[in-house]
Design a protein around this ligand. Structure first.
Ligand code: ZN
Length: 721
């Protein structure tokens, strides 16, 4: 699409740019008192060893391998379930294969000799029966008070995170390792995880919950139960407390040590990642692979999640070199294309690489050379991977509370997936913003805020969006956005009814089939849809009061079969399906679940409606535009050396189910970059082969030609020297 093709004039183009730039100038990144080693990591490696490896692990061979990948750090198995060093902490089970060896110590010293940092891996989530006998209070209990075994390793019992096992036993292990080995950090596998957590009914949990709330623990994980909601907040408080305790223990005697927990979960995460990010120094996403019908872009999506809450502080993504797909083969390599794409998505989206292999003596080494190639390439280009900020002008709200607490849609991510895919397919660079991060400062960085059925919004979030709109910000919202408070209690009307210009009239209708929309008038939001008066309709819709001169209306439902009966009874339509408001800021509200229906149906018309709505509302708010064939994911960063546009190529038959065998090259591509204020571009080049590419500057815009994009390309524009 060109600037003029949707009615956007040069003047509005410039105005939007000024808006975005001016607003961005308000961005406040808190100054760091001290930059530590973990603030600058880009490549990590991990061998996740087993008990028997204690006898046989060839440390030199592994350090040689990881050195050749130029890793900044290694995650080394230390303790928790199994200790790989001679521990004196009671009930820390030492590997029976360890003998006189100090595997962790030897590994750490060898890594250090190779100038590689070491993060000690611990697992706090299970222990053995002898500990259960001696310390019954350390263990998780089900409702009947029974301890819970690991589903495969049945000699292990789950521990309780609310008591002394976490407060004392794990702290003793961290202190022991600090004292004897001085590792650079600690990582806990398996905790805190990405879900809401399981209710532990041990005596300690029962009594402390009673003391705190004068109430018994919830009887089940019923999300409608206010007691369960309260328990989840209680658990989150405990997560923050433990995280803080372990971080504080880690830095005893050395301020640059770090504790990192196990998170991730992409947009499916239910634990409040925003709150955890508020205190963590480094966020790790244990997001190793895709399984089932998962889109290829799932890792880049995790990157957007990580950036939404960490805002450029260190985030890592674990890539398994083995298969974590449905059948689980954790000892054979995943195809190199799939692995490279996962690594490229990690890097492009602003996260650091963390590659892992399971077991110290792999029989399959097919992953090693492709990994080495990618890591070495990244190391050679790493200065371009230190991002200062995202240059996206569009923010898509991650409605985590809706996905977690909606009375009917808990666990459903389809609306977000649909809107996400619409933006991806339209190549509109965008960030995610967490729904609990809707503050005036945060939203002011964007020209458009998109709300994909952000049904659960607090009064404060609604007020923030209202203020944003009044200041000229653009909103695009769908379906039940703001119809509930943050806990899923229904409001009488939208919290944003005045902003939308829409009033609820009854309960959500659906599921509908054979549902249609009628085009009543012309508008840039309909651009590209062609010669039609009928468009696919939604599966669910929110009935709203009539408005004057609607652009889209609803065709009353009628049968899809048999052909003799497939006509509407009347030519009259039944209310609006699109509400457009243009005051200081433009607002587009779709009372239909256009995004969710788009995700379910893959119908291109619906994706175009969403992308057009964003373009129109934000007065063409692109910061980077890429023209040419292929399905491409775009990340546009201001970096330490200048600008970097990352282009991830998803043009593969394995888009929706992995692993990919091949990604098909696309190009040439025309790239148009909007330049930040006062940015003077030097010579642009592509990182794949370090060749300079043709460039022309027109005011604030730089036009470039990228000859070809294979799996992944980065266009870098340094500051003019
Ligand atoms: Zn407990």
């Amino acid at each position: 699409m060109t600037d003029s093709s949707n009615g956007v004039t040069r003047r509005t183009f410039a105005a939007t740019l000024a808006l975005a730039s001016a607003l961005r100038a308000n961005e406040t990144t808190p100054p760091r008192q001290q930059v530590y080693w973990y603030d600058r990591i880009r490549r990590l490696g991990q061998i996740n060893i087993n008990e028997k490896d204690a006898a046989t692990l060839n440390i030199d061979e592994w350090i040689d391998y990881w050195s050749s990948l130029k890793v900044d750090g290694l995650i080394a198995s230390a303790g928790g379930i199994v200790a790989f060093y001679p521990t004196v902490v009671p009930f820390q089970h030492v590997s029976p294969w360890l003998g006189q060896r100090d595997l962790f110590g030897d590994f750490l010293r060898a890594a250090r000799h190779a100038k590689i940092r070491v993060v000690a891996r611990l697992d706090p989530t299970y222990n053995f029966s002898d500990a259960l006998v001696a310390h019954p209070e350390w263990f998780f209990r089900d409702r009947s008070g029974k301890p819970v075994k690991h589903r495969e390793a049945t000699q292990l019992y789950a521990t309780c995170m609310f008591g002394a096992y976490y407060d004392q036993h794990m702290v003793a292990i961290i202190r022991e390792l600090n004292q004897h080995y001085d590792p650079d950090g600690f990582y806990t596998n398996g905790w805190p995880g990405t879900g809401l957590g399981r209710i532990c009914y041990c005596d300690h949990c029962r009594s402390s919950y009673r003391d705190r709330f004068h109430s018994e623990l919830p009887e089940s994980s019923n999300r409608a139960d206010p007691n369960f909601r309260r328990w989840t907040d209680w658990r989150l408080d405990r997560v923050l407390q433990v995280w803080t305790l372990w971080q504080n223990t880690a830095v005893e005697g050395r301020p640059d040590r770090v504790y990192v927990g196990n998170l991730g979960g992409s947009i499916r995460a239910e634990v409040n990642v925003k709150k955890i990010a508020g205190l963590c120094k480094w966020m790790n996403a244990d997001h190793q692979d895709r399984s089932g019908a998962t889109p290829l872009w799932d890792c880049a999506q995790q990157g957007r999640i990580s950036y939404s809450v960490m805002r450029g502080r260190t985030a890592t993504n674990v890539t398994s070199a083995y298969n974590m797909s449905d059948a689980i083969w954790r000892h054979t390599s995943k195809p190199p294309v799939e692995m490279r794409s996962w690594l490229a998505q990690t890097a492009a989206s602003g996260m650091a690489l963390w590659e892992t292999w399971l077991g110290g003596s792999p029989k399959d080494k097919r992953w090693q050379q492709p990994s080495r190639n990618f890591f070495q390439w990244l190391a050679a280009n790493q200065k371009h991977y230190f991002n200062r900020r995202s240059l996206s002008a569009v923010a898509l709200v991650w409605p985590q509370r809706t996905q977690t607490w909606h009375p009917k849609l808990a666990g459903n991510t389809e609306a977000l997936q649909g809107f996400y895919y619409a933006l991806l397919e339209a190549r509109i660079p965008f960030d995610l913003v967490h729904d609990e991060d809707l503050s005036p400062e945060r939203v002011a960085q964007y020209a458009v805020i998109a709300l994909p059925n952000a049904a659960l919004l607090s009064d404060a979030a609604c007020e923030c969006l209202r203020g944003y709109s009044q200041k000229g910000g653009a909103l695009v919202a769908t379906s039940e956005t703001s119809l509930y408070n943050e806990w899923g209690d229904l409001r009488k009307n939208f919290g944003l009814t005045d902003v939308f210009g829409a009033t609820v009239k009854g309960q959500v209708e659906g599921p509908l089939h054979n549902s249609y929309l009628q085009v009543e008038g012309g508008h840039p939001i309909l651009e590209g849809l062609g010669d039609t008066r009928l468009l696919p309709g939604p599966i669910f819709r929110v009935p709203i009061e009539n408005i004057e001169n609607p652009i889209l209306t609803r065709v009353p439902p009628f049968p899809a079969f048999p052909p003799e009966f497939v006509f509407p009874e009347s030519s009259k339509t039944i209310g609006p399906s699109l509400v457009i408001k243009e005051s200081k800021g433009r607002t587009v509200y779709f009372p239909d679940d256009v995004d969710r229906t788009f995700w379910r149906s893959w119908n291109h018309d619906l994706g175009m409606l969403l992308a057009n709505a964003v373009r129109w509302a934000g007065k063409d708010p692109y910061s980077a535009k890429v023209s040419g064939p292929g399905l491409l994911d775009i990340f546009y960063w201001a970096t330490e050396p200048g600008l970097a546009l990352h282009i991830l190529n998803y043009t593969t038959p394995a888009l929706m189910k992995g692993p990919a065998r091949a990604i098909y090259p696309v190009g040439p591509l025309e790239v148009r970059l909007r330049l930040p204020d006062n940015f003077h571009p030097g010579k642009a080049m592509v990182l794949s082969n370090h060749l300079e590419i043709a460039q022309q500057q027109h005011g604030h815009e730089l036009v470039l030609t990228v000859p070809v994009v294979n799996e992944y390309e980065v266009v870098v524009v340094p500051h003019a020297s």
